[in-house]
Design a protein around this ligand. Structure first.
Ligand code: OFO
Length: 178
């Protein structure tokens, strides 16, 4: 079983991952409102990844014989002053999540919870990729921000991201008309 301190922090982490899901879904809505459908698509894929992250913690807690406690989600933000501001906020959210993952690793190691430490290794590596992607999107947006053609091209490029298999957030998975 997972010790109380780590269990509480993991239940808290489910909330953080779901809050990432929620804010990224808000960004999907925002990007669509700006006619940036490619950026909305990229963020929709990202929101799906966050749900998967939440479920990895959810299942780890259950598999170890502990109880999941779902906590209240904070309403983060629903609108941004510019696409660049939204991308910057996504990057900040990833940096926040990384700090939380590192804290979980510290607790797991202190408690000699080798199973959780191994499970958290996946997240430590994943956060390198998550931060790199978010940072890249900020830098690309900064580069093209003042060019309509540049924003159009970046939007097209981000629209090519592939959904994880079986994603419930993939419109193709439930759009019976197509
Ligand atoms: Fe985007 O991060 Fe989850 O863990």
């Amino acid at each position: 079983m997972i010790g109380k301190k780590l269990l509480d922090a993991m239940n808290e982490q489910i909330k953080h991952e779901l809050e990432s899901y929620y804010i990224y879904l808000s960004m999907v809505a925002y990007f669509h409102s700006q006619n940036l459908d490619g950026m909305a698509h990229w963020m929709r894929c990202q929101a799906h990844e966050e749900m998967i992250h939440a479920m990895k913690f959810f299942d780890h807690i259950i598999d170890r014989g502990n109880e999941v406690k779902l906590l209240d989600l904070k309403q983060l933000k629903t609108s941004w002053n510019s696409p660049l501001e939204a991308w910057k906020e996504a990057y900040a959210q990833e940096q926040f999540i990384t700090s939380k993952i590192h804290n979980l690793v510290k607790i797991a190691r202190k408690e000699n919870d080798f199973a959780s430490d191994t499970m958290l290794n996946w997240f430590t590596k994943e956060q390198i990729e998550e931060e790199a992607n978010a940072d890249k999107n900020v830098r690309q947006m900064e580069r093209v921000e003042n060019s309509r053609e540049g924003v159009f091209m970046l939007d097209r490029e981000l629209g090519t991201r592939i959904f994880p298999a079986g994603s419930p957030l993939d419109p193709a998975a439930y759009n019976l008309a197509t």
